[in-house]
Ligand binder design. Structure first.
Ligand code: PMP
Length: 395
């Protein structure tokens, strides 16, 4: 029945990485493969209070259809949070989405014609690659160093591809590298976008989870022409299961996003929106985020020390100041898919890096997640990985 599918179905497959994650879910495996927040930090009891308050005070409204744009008190709270981060916005700039993943999908639907060019970091977020591929985009990858995307190379690519639709960037603690775009480059990115008349899609799920170093303003902070579409989410600062994300953009864009979202799901879960708004009214979400940061800092520091102690010297790795991931580069010629298989025999898992490169493979890289494992397991798992790497790199 393959021929019954639309042509675009060819471009979307259950991702390789999802298959990998299934294997790593065995209880005996210490997994650094996923990208899950620490579940023990989810505010379960406070959410019980928030749920009862919503049901008692506004039960019928919480269970009714509601507006596509989203629940006003939640959008107000989002505007406030974005102001703290350096983005001035009002209600007309904000649309609540079912996770920022939906925002990425709507972005694809809204902007990408078959064959359109989008420019992204190399490597970049796998599920965004899959979305943009499903709309048949061409990817132009721009190399990064420890301070994020290289601006000289970005300029060259913009010259070569004057009709590029947008730059897709994750400036803070990028998935998969954990790297952050430094300040001068943020300003330069906007200058280049203005000069070459290209949009920027700034995907920022991790910016609020900074546990070291100095806060940096989002790229959108420097946007004077309304060309940055900013995406964020409650997934990493609250809970991913409630599926709440948002788009902040010029109303000209928001209006179209609203029309497209209507065709997708009418509106984001009203109950989830009200529970989250109620939680923020009753509790201090900043205090909660503070706890998350402290735990991730400890886990990231432990993982970095383990790399120093247990991994061979001839590898390089990122040193994130926030977020969930560390990126490891093995010597050229080493295939991280093979390392993955060997690690799994030792009951430890990582994600091979190749799928994060939209146009092909850079096979000597891998991604490690530290948010989802307690420190003792991180140490044990990293010892096991270190043994595999020493053996395989010596061959
Ligand atoms: N963008 C990036 C860069 C991500 O890493 C993720 C989740 N891992 C998302 C978007 C989607 O997050 P959510 O849909 O949970 O908001």
């Amino acid at each position: 029945m393959e021929h019954k599918f639309a042509e675009r179905a060819r471009f979307v497959t259950s991702s390789e990485t999802r298959e990998i994650l299934k294997v790593t879910e065995r209880p005996e495996v210490i997994s650094f493969a996923g990208g899950l927040p620490a579940p023990e930090l989810f505010p379960v009891d406070p959410l019980k209070d928030a749920c009862s308050a919503v049901l008692n005070e506004e039960g019928a409204a919480a269970l009714q259809y509601s507006t596509t744009e989203g629940y006003i008190p939640l959008r107000e709270a989002i505007c406030q949070r974005m102001k703290m981060a350096g983005i001035d916005s009002s209600l007309e700039n904000v649309l609540i989405t079912s996770g920022s993943q939906q925002a990425i999908d709507l972005t694809g639907r809204l902007f990408i014609n078959e064959g359109d060019t989008i420019i992204c970091e190399s490597p970049t977020y796998l599920a965004a690659i899959n979305v943009f591929k499903s709309y048949k985009a061409q990817f132009i990858e721009v190399a990064m160093d420890d301070d994020g995307m290289l601006m000289e190379e970005l300029e060259k690519r913009l010259q070569e591809h004057p009709n590029a639709k947008f730059i897709y960037t994750i400036p803070d603690f990028q998935n998969p590298t954990g790297r952050t775009l430094k300040l001068e480059r943020r300003k330069r990115m906007i200058e280049l976008a203005n000069q070459y008349d290209v949009l920027i899609v700034e995907d920022n799920p991790y910016g609020a989870v900074r546990f070291a170093g100095k806060e940096l303003p989002p790229v959108k902070h420097y946007d004077t022409e309304g060309r940055v579409i900013y995406l964020s989410t409650f997934s990493k600062i609250f809970t991913p299961g409630l599926r709440l994300g948002w788009i902040c953009a010029h109303p000209f864009f928001i209006d179209k996003y609203v029309a497209f979202k209507q065709t997708a799901d009418l509106h984001t879960d009203s109950f989830a929106q009200r529970i989250t708004a109620k939680y923020m009214e009753l509790y201090d979400i900043e205090e909660h985020i503070h706890k998350i940061k402290a735990v991730y800092k400890e886990r990231c520091t432990a993982m970095l020390s383990c790399i120093e102690e247990f991994f061979p010297n001839n590898i390089s790795y990122s040193k994130p100041e926030g977020g969930l991931f560390i990126w490891v580069e093995l010597p050229k010629g080493i295939d991280s898919a093979h390392i993955f298989t060997e690690c799994l025999k030792n009951n430890v898992a990582c994600v091979p890096g190749a799928p994060f490169f939209p146009n092909g493979t850079q096979t000597n890289t891998l991604r490690l997640n530290y948010s989802n494992m307690p420190k003792e397991k991180i140490i044990e798992g990293m010892k096991r990985m270190g043994e595999v790497l020493h053996r395989e790199l010596a061959n």
